[in-house]
Design a protein around this ligand. Sequence first.
Ligand code: GLA
Length: 371
Amino acid sequence: MTQQTWRTAWAPGRVNLIGEHTDYQDGWCLPIAIGRGTTVKFRPSQDAISVITSDRFHEVVRVNTDTVSRAQIRGADSAAAYETGWGSSVVSLIAALRERGHEIAAIEAHVHSDVPLGSGLSSSASFMVALAMAFTDAADSPTSQLHGVELAHTAQRGEHINGVPCGIMDQMASVFGQEHNAVLIDCRSATTQLIPVPDSLGVVVIHSGLPRTLADSQYAQRRIACAAACERLGISALRDANLDEVADDPFARHVVTENRRVLTFVAALRANDPSALGSILNESHRSLADDFMVSTPELDTLCSLLNDAGAYGARLTGAGFGGCVVALADIAEAQVIADEAARRYQQLTKLQPLHFITAAAAGARFLANRE
Ligand code: GLA
């Protein structure tokens, strides 16, 4: 690529249809990529300094792409300013790219995103995936371009270096999403299978108006509870546990039953059985609320209101503790159902919900200039 050519990397957010808190236990999940995402418009810098701006954050990130090391990030070098904020994500991603041996070049870039921040729709994963594509594409060597599972793993590694202990679902959904299809992810083998979503189904998303932060202690605590259950059972992941073995442990029981629900949900999608899909969504929500304890009264209310308004079923989506719910509804009624549930929610809670109807969209790619 010549010095002056601008390119645009784009990566979507995701909505998880089912399979919550299963990814870091080698389980299954079934997200769709959505039409909202992060755009990184970039060109190679003239020197080793990357200069990155964003519509969302005022701070301009300037970083020497050649000298970033992991030690810099968490304060070993106090001159490395980006211990927090979005600069920290950039530096962490560069460190992940280097650690995994990827060739990168410094870029001048502008970031734009239409995924609501902290909503459980993977704004962060879509940012990391798009930025990784930009840094490696700028290196302009035949082997530098990053895609597929390695792109997802590198973006996930960037989150880990940045102190966010996420699983692999969000990055895989962002990379492997396809129009009209949900992505069945086997998180043990990091393999995917596309599962067609019938056109008659509308996917409703409502943001509760309560922000959530993934790095917060609750998510990490659930991971610890699951790891403790594995240790007790002498297994490496709860994917290998039977229901009998976890009957008395609500956290582990959620993971084991949720994995089963993913597979029955896939069968119900294939059979185009909306009422079965709805029941499984409702069961998933109950399990997340009662066993895994990651719901909030507001998310419970939204799910009930969506059911009352005529959705087939509804559940919280993403890590929980705020953020969004997802529901399935007849495509012809989805908008009316979403409007009604959001209106009643606002009346009851005085919170401002953001709601929209979405559909399975294509995954990360470079956009042609006119896109
Ligand atoms: C967050 C994490 C994912 C996954 C979900 C819960 O979105 O980033 O890896 O663990 O929570 O299913």
